[in-house]
Write a protein that binds this ligand. Structure first.
Ligand SMILES: Cc1ncc(COP(=O)(O)O)c(C=O)c1O
Length: 481
C-alpha cells in the first residue's frame, strides 16, 4: 500500500475523534441530563453507599477497540461511579472535611478543557494566566497579605504544602547537611500531609518538635517559645513553624497572632495550614477568628473545601513572592522563544509545567454569585456549628469537646453504665447504620471521638436538626441494647 493510501486509511479510522458540531451538542445535552438526574437525587441520596463487586465494575470499565455509544458510557458512570462511596455533594455529609462541588465550577472545568489553553506559561495563555493571577491577588487581599505576595493554584492542599516547605527550605538556605540540626515545630494535630510534604521535600530528617496542645486543642505558645529558645541555646537551627488555622481533628485555630510574634522574634518561617479554615477569612467573624494569619510567611488554603468547589484545587500563598519564584524558576532551551516575555508564568511558582487552567473553576462561581454569597454561607456554617454544639450538649450522655473555633464539633458518648470509648464507637456505628447523615471519628489523647464537620454550601438548619435527631435516637437505641 502506498503511503498516501495508508494515510487516508488511518485518517478514516481516526475520524471519530473529530466529532461534529451536531454530535457535540447532542452529547452535551445527554451529559447535562445525566448531571441533572444526579443533582436532583441529592436531597434523598445515600450519603454513603457501599460498592458492588469489584470485578463487575472493572469489566464495565474495560476499553473497547471499537466505539461504544455515549449513552453506554454514561450508564457505566451511573452504575459504577457516581453514587458509590462518600457522597460529597450531600448536605448531610459531615465527615472529614466536606467539599461541596458547586455546579458552576463544573461548567468552568468544561469550558477550560474545551479552550485548552496552555496555562503553565504566560506567553502561551496570557488570558488564562492573568485570570489565575487575579484570583491569587484577590485571595491575598482576603487574607491580608501584602502586594509582595505570590502564589500558585495547585491540585490541593498536599501539593500546596509541598511547594510551601520547598520555598521555606530555599529561603532559609537549608542544605542536606543542615537537615539533621534544623528544627520544625508542629503539634499532634498538624495535618499528616505537612509531615509528608517535609518528607517529600527532603526534610523528613529534620528534628520535629511536637508542641503540646492547650485545653482548646490549640498550639501552646508558651511551650513553643520555650522550645525554640532551648533549641537555639543548644546550637540547633529552628527554622519552620507549622501552625494550623482549622485542624482536621477539631477545627481548632492555633493562636496565630502569638505564633507570629514568636516567629518574628526568633526569625523562624511561619507557615499556616489554612487548607480547611482559611476560607472563613471571607466573612467578618471568620476573619476575626483567624487574626494573625496575615503575618505568616506562607499559607495554604483549599477552595475545594471552604469555597465549596469540586475536588482538585488548592492555593499556596507566599508573603514574599520572590522567595517562591527563586525556589521554582527554571527553563529549558526549547523555551527560548518565550524568554524575555513579560507575562507572569505559573510554572515559575510551581513544580508543574503543563497543567489545567485551574483559575477558571475558582473564578466563575465567584463571578456569577459574588463573594457576598460565599461570605454568607461561611458565616452560616460558623453559626450552625455553635447551634449544633449547644443542642448536642443537651443530649443525655453526650460529652462535648471544646467549643468550636470554626465549624467542626467533637463529642463522645459517655453513658454512666458503659465504657465511653465502646459507647462512642457503638454510637458512630449506629449513625452509619441509620444512614440519614454521615460523620466520622478521630482519636484525641487516646480517646475515640466523633466529629461533626459542617461545610457544605447547602447544609442548613434542617440538616443539623436531622443530625441531632439521629444522634438522639441512636443514643436511646444503644441504651436499650
Ligand atoms: C487541615 C488540612 N490540611 C491539609 C489537607 C490536605 O489537603 P488535600 O487533601 O487537598 O491535599 C487537609 C485535607 O483534608 C486538611 O484538612
Amino acid at each position: 500500500m502506498s503511503l498516501t493510501n495508508r494515510l487516508n486509511e488511518l485518517r478514516e479510522l481516526a475520524a471519530p475523534l473529530e466529532s461534529s458540531s451536531a454530535t457535540r451538542i447532542a452529547r452535551l445535552q445527554q451529559a447535562g441530563e445525566h448531571a441533572e438526574r444526579f443533582l436532583e437525587s441529592l436531597p434523598e441520596c445515600e450519603v454513603y453507599a457501599a460498592a458492588g463487586p469489584r470485578e463487575e465494575a472493572i469489566d464495565a470499565f474495560a476499553i473497547p477497540v471499537d466505539p461504544e455509544s455515549f449513552g453506554v458510557a454514561l450508564r457505566v458512570l451511573d452504575q459504577y461511579v457516581d453514587g458509590i462511596g462518600h457522597n460529597l455533594g450531600s448536605s448531610r455529609f459531615f465527615a472529614y472535611i466536606p467539599s461541596g462541588g458547586l455546579h458552576d465550577a463544573a461548567i468552568a472545568d468544561y469550558l477550560a478543557a474545551v479552550s485548552n489553553r496552555y496555562s503553565g506559561v504566560g506567553a502561551a495563555a496570557p488570558g488564562a494566566t492573568r485570570l489565575e493571577h487575579a484570583m491569587l491577588r484577590w485571595l491575598a487581599d482576603v487574607v491580608g497579605y501584602p502586594d509582595t505576595a505570590e502564589g500558585d493554584l495547585t491540585s490541593g492542599g498536599s501539593m500546596a504544602a509541598l511547594s510551601a516547605v520547598v520555598a521555606a527550605r530555599e529561603a532559609n538556605n537549608i542544605k542536606s547537611g543542615d537537615v539533621p540540626s534544623a528544627v520544625v515545630y508542629l503539634t499532634a494535630h498538624t495535618h499528616h500531609t505537612f509531615r509528608k510534604a517535609l518528607h517529600v521535600g527532603g526534610l523528613g530528617e529534620c528534628m520535629m518538635r511536637e508542641i503540646p496542645l492547650d485545653a482548646n486543642m490549640r498550639m501552646d505558645c508558651d511551650r513553643l517559645r520555650e522550645s525554640i529558645r532551648q533549641d537555639q541555646k543548644s546550637g540547633l537551627q529552628p527554622w519552620l513553624i507549622g501552625a494550623t488555622a482549622g485542624t482536621t481533628d477539631t477545627g481548632s485555630v492555633d493562636p496565630l497572632d502569638r505564633i507570629a510574634d514568636i516567629a518574628a522574634e526568633s526569625k523562624v518561617w511561619m507557615h499556616v495550614d489554612a487548607a480547611y479554615g482559611g476560607a472563613f477569612a471571607l466573612c467578618d467573624e471568620g476573619r476575626r477568628r483567624l487574626k494573625g494569619i496575615e503575618r505568616s510567611d506562607s499559607l495554604i488554603l483549599d477552595p475545594h473545601k471552604g469555597f465549596f468547589l469540586p475536588c482538585g484545587i488548592g492555593v499556596l500563598l507566599v508573603r514574599n513572592g520572590q522567595q517562591l519564584y527563586d525556589a521554582f524558576h527554571a527553563r529549558g532551551a526549547y523555551m527560548q522563544d518565550v524568554a524575555g516575555d513579560t507575562e507572569r508564568s505559573p510554572c515559575d511558582y510551581s513544580a508543574e509545567l503543563t497543567r489545567p487552567t485551574r483559575g477558571l473553576r475558582f473564578w466563575l462561581p465567584f463571578k456569577v454569585h459574588g463573594s457576598g454569597a460565599f461570605a454568607a454561607a461561611l458565616e452560616e456554617k460558623l453559626l450552625l456549628a455553635e447551634y449544633f454544639y449547644d443542642e448536642c450538649g443537651e443530649i443525655p450522655g453526650i460529652k462535648l469537646g471544646p467549643r468550636p473555633d470554626l465549624s467542626i464539633v467533637t463529642f463522645r458518648f459517655c453513658p454512666e453504665s458503659a465504657d465511653a470509648d465502646v459507647a462512642s464507637r457503638s454510637l458512630l456505628k449506629a449513625i452509619h447504620n441509620d444512614g440519614r447523615v454521615f460523620m466520622t471519628s478521630t482519636t484525641i489523647a487516646g480517646q475515640f471521638t466523633i466529629r461533626m464537620a459542617i461545610l457544605t454550601y447547602h447544609t442548613h438548619l434542617e440538616d443539623i436538626d436531622l443530625a441531632l435527631q439521629v444522634i438522639k435516637e441512636c443514643t436511646v437505641t444503644i441504651g436499650r441494647t
